[in-house]
Write a protein that binds this ligand. Structure first.
Ligand SMILES: Cc1cc2nc3c(=O)[nH]c(=O)nc-3n(C[C@H](O)[C@H](O)[C@H](O)COP(=O)(O)OP(=O)(O)OC[C@H]3O[C@@H](n4cnc5c(N)ncnc54)[C@H](O)[C@@H]3O)c2cc1C
Length: 504
C-alpha cells in the first residue's frame, strides 16, 4: 500500500509477540531493552542473517549511553571489557575551521555560569581585558582529553562516553537478551507478509520457509529498511542538500600508540576521516561526497593516511542522509539506519537508537493506536532535526574555502532553526537549550567558537566585576581544572586496571 493512501482501521489485537528484524547494534539494543523490561509479558524474537552481516561501523558514542546501560543494569566494567572499550571525552576536530587548526568538542562543562549570563560572557570580557587564556583551559574533560588522562573521581563526575567494538557489543547485548528470554533465529528474510485489511505486518517469511508471526515489528534491517521502506512504502526525506557526504570507506588497523580518550575527526577537501581507538585496535574511516571526489581518489587518500597494519580489508558503505517521514507506521517501528541517518560526525546514531527504544518501551502499546504513533513520531522528529542542525553547523561555520566542497557548505542556505542559533550567538554570545534536546549550551558554544564564530556583543553582567575580581574568578577555575587533571592517571593505565579486555 502506498504511503499516502487513506489508512484503514487499526485492528484491536493485543500486542504479545514482538519481532525484531535485524541483529546489528539497533536490533540487539532493542532486544536487550525489551526483553529485560517486558520479557515476562511478551514473546521477543530477533531474526538476523550472518550471511548478510551488519554495516560494521558505529563505534563512537556519546555520554547518554551510560544512562541506557544504567536503565538496563549493565555493569560498566563487564561491558567495557567485553567490547574492548576505551573512554571518550570528546571529539578532536582537526582542520575544520581552517587547515592546521584544531579544537576539541568535549563532553564537559566549561567554567562556571552566573544565572544571568553563561561563562562564555565572562571569558569574552576576560579576553578583551587580556585576563583570560584559551577557552579550553576552563574545562576538566577537555584538559584531560588533551593530556590523555582519565579516572572515575570520587568528588567530580567526569562526563564521558565510550569507543567500542560494534560486533563485540552486539554479542554482549545478545547474551543479555537471550538470558532474558529473547529467541534468536538465524535466517534471511525473503518476504514480509502483510494483512490485507489493515495493512499491518503479519509475519516474516524466511528463505527456508519458516514463518515468524508477530503483533509488533521492529525494523532494524539497516539501510535496506526491509519492513518500513520496502514493504510499507514509508517515504524518505532527503537531507543531502545540507549534508553532502554520501559514501564512506572503513577499515581496522593495529594501534601504534596508547589509545587517546577522544575520537579524531580530520577534515579533508571533500569530507573527513575518523579515528576511533579501542583497546585492541583502531577503527578508521573516510566519509566523503561522491559529488566532489571519486571513489578511487578517496580510497587512495584514506589508505595513504592510515597508521598501523590493516587488519580487515577496507569496505565501502553508501548512504543517503535523511529520515523516514514516519519512523513508526502501523505496527512497525524503524530503529537505526532503517529509520534515519545523519552522518557520523558527532556519533549520534547509537544515541538516536537508544532514544527510539526508550520512547518505545515507555509508550509500549497494549494495542497499537494512532495517538501513540503520532506522539512517538513527533518527538523523534524534533530530536532528529536538532541533531541535524548541530552536525550541519560544523560544515557551514568554517573559514575553509579551499575546494568546491567547502565553498558550497559555507554558502548553502541553512535550516531556519540553525540560522537562528548562529545569528543569536554571533550577535549576542548567547545560546539556548530547549528541554529534551541532546546538545546542551556547552556543546553549541564549543563548536561555534571552535569553528570560528566570534560574538559581536556580550552580556553586561561581567562588567559588574573589576579587572582584579574577574582575573581572580578566571584564574581560580583554571587552577582547579589543572589541579583536578593532574591527579588523573594516564587513560591507558586506568583501562588496564579498571576493565582489561581479554586478548582478542
Ligand atoms: C560510515 C558510518 C559510520 C558510523 N559511525 C557511527 C559512530 O561512530 N557512532 C554512532 O553512534 N553511529 C555511527 N554510525 C551509525 C551506526 O553504524 C549504526 O547506528 C549502527 O551500526 C546500527 O546499525 P543498524 O543495526 O541499524 O544496521 P546494520 O548494522 O546494518 O544491521 C542490519 C541487520 O539487519 C540484518 N538484515 C538485513 N536484511 C536482512 C534480511 N533480509 N534477512 C535477515 N536479516 C537481515 C543484517 O544481517 C543485520 O543484522 C555510522 C554509520 C556509518 C554508515
Amino acid at each position: 500500500m502506498h504511503d499516502d493512501a487513506p489508512e484503514p482501521a487499526f485492528p484491536s489485537r493485543p500486542v504479545r509477540r514482538v519481532v525484531i528484524a535485524g541483529g546489528g547494534t539497533a536490533g540487539w539494543m532493542a532486544a536487550a531493552a525489551i526483553s529485560k523490561v517486558l520479557g515476562r509479558a511478551l514473546e521477543v524474537t530477533l531474526v538476523e542473517s550472518e550471511e548478510i552481516g551488519t554495516v560494521g561501523v558505529g563505534e563512537a558514542t556519546i555520554p547518554t549511553l551510560i544512562t541506557y546501560h544504567r536503565l538496563l543494569g549493565i555493569d560498566e566494567r563487564a561491558f567495557m571489557a567485553a567490547s574492548q572499550a576505551t573512554v571518550k571525552l570528546g571529539i578532536s576536530f582537526e582542520h575544520w575551521r581552517s587547515e592546521g587548526h584544531r579544537y576539541i568538542h568535549s563532553f564537559g562543562v566549561t567554567g562556571k555560569d552566573h544565572w544571568s549570563a553563561g561563562f562564555q560572557h565572562f571569558w569574552l570580557k576576560g579576553r578583551e581585558r587580556g585576563l583570560a587564556s584559551g577557552y579550553e583551559d576552563y574545562c576538566i574533560e577537555l584538559q584531560a582529553a588533551l593530556q590523555h588522562r582519565f579516572a572515575h573521581l570520587p568528588r567530580y563526575h567526569m562526563n564521558y562516553a565510550y569507543h567500542l567494538d560494534a560486533s563485540r557489543y552486539a554479542r554482549f547485548l545478545r547474551e543479555m537478551s537471550e538470558r532474558h528470554g529473547c529467541r534468536r533465529i538465524e535466517g534471511r528474510i525473503a518476504e514480509v507478509l502483510t494483512d490485507e485489511a489493515s495493512g499491518f505486518i503479519a509475519a516474516l517469511r524466511l528463505q527456508d520457509g519458516t514463518t515468524i508471526e508477530g503483533d509488533l515489528f521492529v525494523d532494524c534491517t539497516g539501510f535496506r529498511a526491509l519492513l518500513i521502506g520496502q514493504t510499507l512504502g514509508v517515504g524518505f526525506e532527503d537531507w543531502s542538500h545540507w549534508l553532502l557526504n554520501d559514501r564512506a570507506i572503513a577499515t581496522q588497523t593495529t594501534a601504534v600508540r596508547a589509545p587517546e580518550p577522544y575520537t579524531r575527526a580530520i577534515a579533508e577537501k571533500w569530507g573527513w576521516q575518523w579515528r576511533i581507538p579501542l583497546q585492541h585496535r583502531v577503527g578508521n574511516g573516510i566519509v566523503y561526497s561522491s559529488r566532489h571526489v571519486d571513489d578511487d581518489e578517496a580510497r587512495e587518500r584514506f589508505l595513504s593516511s592510515l597508521e598501523g597494519e590493516v587488519m580487515r580489508s577496507p569496505w565501502p558503505v553508501r548512504f543517503r542522509p535523511g529520515r523516514r517521514t514516519r519512523c513508526w507506521h502501523r505496527n512497525c517501528i524503524a530503529l537505526g539506519l532503517a529509520g534515519s541517518f545523519i552522518e557520523p560526525l558527532e556519533s549520534t546514531t547509537i544515541h538516536l537508537i537508544q532514544r527510539g527504544i526508550v520512547r518505545l518501551v515507555q509508550a509500549f502499546p497494549q494495542v497499537v493506536t494512532r495517538p501513540a504513533i503520532a506522539e512517538y513520531n513527533a518527538r523523534l522528529d524534533e530530536e532528529l532535526q536538532h541533531v541535524r542542525d548541530f552536525v550541519v553547523l560544523h560544515y557551514h561555520a568554517t573559514e575553509r574555502r579551499d575546494s568546491p566542497y567547502w565553498e558550497h557548505v559555507a554558502s548553502m542556505p541553512l535550516p531556519a532553526t540553525l540560522q537562528h542559533r548562529i545569528d543569536l550567538f554571533r550577535e549576542t554570545g548567547t545560546v539556548f537549550h530547549v528541554p529534551g534536546e541532546l546538545f546542551g549550551e556547552n556543546s553549541w558554544i564549543q563548536v561555534m567558537m571552535g569553528q570560528g564564530i566570534v560574538p559581536r556583543h556580550r552580556h553586561p553582567t561581567p562588567d559588574q566585576m573589576g579587572d582584579e575580581e574577574l582575573s581572580r574568578f578566571l584564574d581560580t577555575i583554571r587552577t582547579e581544572v589543572a589541579g583536578t587533571v593532574r591527579q588523573l592517571p594516564a587513560h591507558q593505565d586506568y583501562l588496564r586496571q579498571y576493565c582489561p579486555a581479554p586478548a582478542p
